[in-house]
Design a protein around this ligand. Structure first.
Ligand SMILES: [Zn+2]
Length: 81
């Protein structure tokens, strides 16, 4: 799984955007990812990143991580219609 190239990258291990300083994925990163990948690939990618971030970030609650990494991704069932 390859993360599409873009300016807004998460700066590990803090996972803050290296351009706008927001918690990554920031809004521009989200828009870019949604435009560049199909929903299935995107969710697979974000699950992988969520697991990585969960190990590197200071303790964050599961709902918070879900909100940050997955909640904004397009639903797979909508794409297969
Ligand atoms: Zn950013």
């Amino acid at each position: 799984m390859v993360v599409p190239r873009m300016d807004h990258q998460g700066e590990r291990p803090r996972w803050d955007c290296n351009v706008c300083g927001e918690a990554w994925p920031c809004s521009p990163a989200r828009e870019h990812l949604v435009g560049a990948m199909n929903p299935t690939e995107l969710r697979t990618l974000m699950w992988g990143l969520l697991e990585k971030a969960a190990r590197e970030l200071p303790p964050v609650s599961a709902p918070e991580l879900f909100e940050r990494f997955l909640h904004w991704t397009p639903q797979i069932r909508e794409a297969s219609r």
